[in-house]
Design a protein around this ligand. Structure first.
Ligand code: G
Ligand code: G
Ligand code: MN
Ligand code: NA
Length: 254
C-alpha cells in the first residue's frame, strides 16, 4: 500500500509532529496537563490522523521507532517549555500494545527522562485495556518498573475493552480515562450515564483518578463534575494543537 511505503521514510524525513490537548480541572477549568497526540504531515495528503496510520505502523512494526520518537519528542518539548518558563504541566503519552511488549521500553523511558530531566509525576503513559490484558503478568512487571521511574500510568479508552475487574485491581495504575463513547450522550442516554457514574464510583473506591474524554459541552461537564470527576479533556476546553500554539498562548498570557 502507498501509505505503508510512505510510512517507512516518514520518521527520517521528520514528518511526524505532536499536538497537545489540555486536561483541565473540572471545577476551576485550570489546565493540569496535556496529552500528546501524533500527526503525520504527509507531503501530498496533508495532516494524517493517527487512526489512519497507527494501525499500519503496528502491523509493519514501524510503531517501535515511531513510539520511541514520540516519547523522546514529548520529553524534549517538556524540557523546552520548562526552559522557557512555561507552567509545569504533566505530559501524557500514548503507548501502543507493541511498545508494552518490548523488552527495551523501560530503558527507553528511563533514558528519555534522564536526558530531559523529567521528574516523578511529570510524565504519564497511557495504555489501552487490551494492551494491558494481552499478557497481564508481563504487563504488570513492566508497569511496575515504569512506576519505579516515577511515571504515572493511565488506562486509555476505559470501558471499551474487556478488562476483567480482577486484573484491573492488580494493575499498578493511577488513572482511568473514561472513553468518550460514554461521555457523548451522557445527558440523554441512561446507560451511558449509569456506566460513567459507576466508573467514577469504582475509581474512587480503588483510589484512582479519572480523566473523562470527549467533553464537548457544559452539560457533560456538569454531570461529570457532579459525579466526582476531577479531570476533563475535550473540545470544550481545547483541541489538540501544535506545541508552538501553546508556547505563543503562554507568552501572550505572561
Ligand atoms: O489524535 P486523535 O484523537 O485522532 O487520536 C486517535 C487515536 O490515536 C487515539 O486512540 C490515540 O490514543 C491514538 N494516538 C495518538 N497519538 C498516539 C501516539 O503517539 N502513539 C500511539 N500508539 N497512539 C496514538
Ligand atoms: O484514545 P485517545 O484518548 O488517545 O484519543 C484521543 C482522541 O480523541 C484524539 O483523536 C482527539 O482528537 C479526540 N478528541 C479529543 N477531544 C475530543 C472531543 O471533545 N470530541 C471528539 N469527538 N473527539 C475528541
Ligand atoms: Mn489517549
Ligand atoms: Na480514548
Amino acid at each position: 500500500m502507498e501509505l505503508e511505503r510512505d510510512l517507512r521514510g516518514a520518521l527520517a524525513a521528520g514528518q511526524y509532529e505532536l499536538h497537545y490537548q489540555p486536561q483541565v480541572c473540572a471545577k476551576s477549568g485550570a489546565v493540569r496537563g496535556v496529552e500528546a497526540l501524533i500527526r503525520w504531515r504527509h507531503p501530498e495528503r496533508g495532516l494524517v490522523p493517527p487512526l489512519t496510520f497507527i494501525p499500519i505502523a503496528e502491523e509493519t512494526g514501524a510503531i517501535e521507532a515511531i513510539g520511541a520518537w514520540v516519547l523522546e519528542e514529548a520529553c524534549r518539548q517538556k524540557a523546552a517549555w520548562r526552559a522557557a518558563g512555561m507552567p509545569a504541566l504533566r505530559i501524557a503519552v500514548n503507548l501502543s500494545a507493541q511498545q508494552l511488549r518490548s523488552s527495551t521500553l523501560v530503558a527507553q523511558v528511563r533514558a528519555a527522562m534522564e536526558a530531559y530531566g523529567i521528574g516523578p509525576g511529570e510524565l504519564e503513559l497511557e495504555i489501552t485495556e487490551s494492551a494491558a490484558m494481552e499478557d497481564p503478568e508481563r504487563a504488570i512487571g513492566r508497569l511496575e518498573a515504569l512506576r519505579g521511574l516515577g511515571v504515572e500510568l493511565a488506562i486509555d479508552d476505559f470501558g471499551t475493552g474487556y478488562s476483567s475487574l480482577a486484573y484491573l485491581k492488580m494493575l499498578p495504575i493511577d488513572t482511568l480515562k473514561l472513553d468518550r463513547a460514554f461521555v457523548r450522550d451522557i445527558e440523554t442516554d441512561e446507560n451511558d450515564a449509569a456506566i460513567s457514574a459507576a466508573t467514577l464510583a469504582l475509581a474512587r473506591n480503588l483510589g484512582l483518578k479519572v480523566v473523562a474524554e470527549g467533553v464537548e459541552n457544559e452539560a457533560q461537564r456538569e454531570f461529570l463534575s457532579r459525579h466526582g470527576c476531577e479531570l476533563l479533556q475535550g473540545y470544550l476546553f481545547g483541541r489538540p494543537e501544535p506545541a508552538a500554539v501553546w508556547t505563543e498562548r503562554w507568552q501572550a498570557a505572561a
